[in-house]
Design a protein around this ligand. Structure first.
Ligand code: UDX
Length: 437
């Protein structure tokens, strides 16, 4: 008899995991404490934008293998394997991660565990959390029931969540027993041939933070080179291309521009530094401070470049901003470099109008003080400066002539090194980009 799965927490990770596991043939019950979200999910409505996910969700609901609840009692009775996918945001005013939702999930679930089962943490947590939660689980479970814990970090990217879940490049499972390993191997068996790395709890937790720290470092490395290129009148785009042919380096995550944002990389590197400090290993990660600082400096540099093009001040200047999401194919605006730049320019007196293909609603809720356009053309109408801040394909394909007729002055800063400089210049645009002459 196949395992019955539950998924606690229905954010990007939880919804995708629940829907994809149902697609693989498991009976899945998802839980969230947000009743409205659960109602929408049960109606087949996706509360986030994620390509391809709504179809998988609906398929699951229609098959009868997938449903959602707010009841921990139901989840406890239903599941053989419980995946915990709740958020671990950055604490207010601190670098450390707030793992209180993780603790709350374990505390709520444990009393309802009536039989042998496996609880699997998937969220990104500070190393040492799994060991602590295993003790808590054992303490809070009913007498005579011995639930086990495992740690199974998730590496999915927003925009590719379904693909990354169904075709992962690796699976990492941190376990304390052969039984837990066997259960997780069986759960992931329908995925076919995927490298599985079996570790202890601490290593499994660290793999995820190390992976994100590496990716952030790679982006900040090329952005540091962009700073040097700016000082030396060199071209970071050509530099990056030349580096990419060395397959020890590789070209992915080597796009210089406005830098990284989103719900993961920024907060994960900060939480990693905070945790290393607690462990007395802070020196090992001091470089991440620099990675973070380089990243944040790109946003400041973008504002400076825009101000320069505006003639030295944003007062009385109309700025058209293309992009609000932290990256293309996402409506996520968490720590979005694009919105950060738009808001800063607004504070400095610029009249900012923002357009994004799908993140406008989220942006409007978070920043009602900005103006929003219904299209790229509307956002740039009458603009003295245009800023491309998220490299949506529809922005990359914009016709400089058509855009040129809408703006007041043909000036653009390409914050993502996504446009063809020559095409724009030959259409009469003053084109500037980060890290390029
Ligand atoms: C990331 C990790 O990739 C994923 O494995 C982990 O599970 C969660 O965090 P995600 O936040 O979805 O995924 O975004 P990602 O595609 O990694 O991009 C992160 C940020 O880096 C974006 O703001 C993107 O614009 C920026 N970026 C990426 C660059 O600035 N340059 C690059 O070359 C690549």
């Amino acid at each position: 008899m196949p395992y019955r799965l539950t998924v606690i927490g229905t954010g990007y990770l939880g919804i995708t995991h629940a829907a994809c596991m149902a697609d693989l043939g498991f009976d899945v019950l998802g839980l969230d404490i947000d009743a409205d979200k659960i109602r929408r999910l049960n109606n087949g409505e996706l509360p986030i934008h994620e390509p391809g996910l709504e179809a998988v969700l609906r398929r699951g609901l229609e098959s009868g293998r997938l449903r959602f609840t707010t009841s921990y009692e139901e989840v406890g009775a239903f599941g053989d394997v419980h995946f915990v996918c709740v958020g671990t945001p950055q604490k207010q005013g601190e670098y450390a991660a707030d793992v209180s939702y993780m603790d709350a999930a374990i505390e709520s679930l444990a009393p309802y565990l009536g039989r042998e089962c496996l609880v699997v943490g998937k969220s990104t947590v500070p190393v040492g959390t799994a060991g602590r939660l295993a003790d808590k689980l054992a303490r809070l479970a009913p007498d005579g029931v011995q639930p086990e814990l495992a740690w199974n970090p998730e590496f999915l990217r927003e925009g590719f969540a379904v693909k990354d879940t169904l075709n992962p490049d690796r699976i990492v499972i941190g376990v304390r027993s052969e039984r837990a390993e066997k259960v997780l191997r069986e759960v992931y068996q329908p995925l076919g041939e995927v490298p599985i790395v079996v570790t202890d709890f601490a290593t499994a937790e660290l793999v995820k933070t190390a992976a994100n720290a590496f990716l952030a470092t790679k982006i900040s490395f090329i952005n540091a080179m962009a700073e040097v290129c700016e000082a030396a009148h060199a071209d970071v785009k050509q530099l990056s291309e030349a580096l990419s042919y060395d397959d020890r380096i590789g070209g992915r995550f080597l796009n210089a521009g406005l830098g990284f944002g989103g719900g993961c990389l920024p907060k994960d590197i900060r939480a990693f530094m905070a945790r290393a400090g607690e462990l007395g290993a802070d020196q090992a990660l001091t470089f991440l401070r620099e990675v973070d600082a380089i990243n944040m400096r790109r946003r400041a540099r973008m504002v400076d470049l825009a101000r320069e093009l505006a003639g030295g001040s944003f007062q009385g200047c109309t700025v058209g901003v293309l992009g609000a999401a932290f990256k293309p194919n996402s409506d996520d605006i968490r720590d979005s470099p694009a919105l950060d730049v738009a808001v800063t320019i607004g504070h400095q007196g610029g009249q900012v109008t923002v357009y994004d293909p799908i993140a406008l609603d989220n942006a409007r809720k978070a920043h009602p003080e900005l103006r929003y356009g219904a299209s790229a053309l509307e956002a740039v109408r009458g603009a003295n400066v245009v800023l491309l801040l998220t490299e949506w394909p529809e922005f990359v394909e914009l016709d400089p002539e058509v855009l040129g007729q809408a703006v007041a002055t043909r000036k653009i800063v390409d914050g993502r090194n996504a446009l063809n400089a020559e095409t724009w210049r030959s259409a009469g645009w003053h084109y500037r980009a980060l890290g390029r002459p």
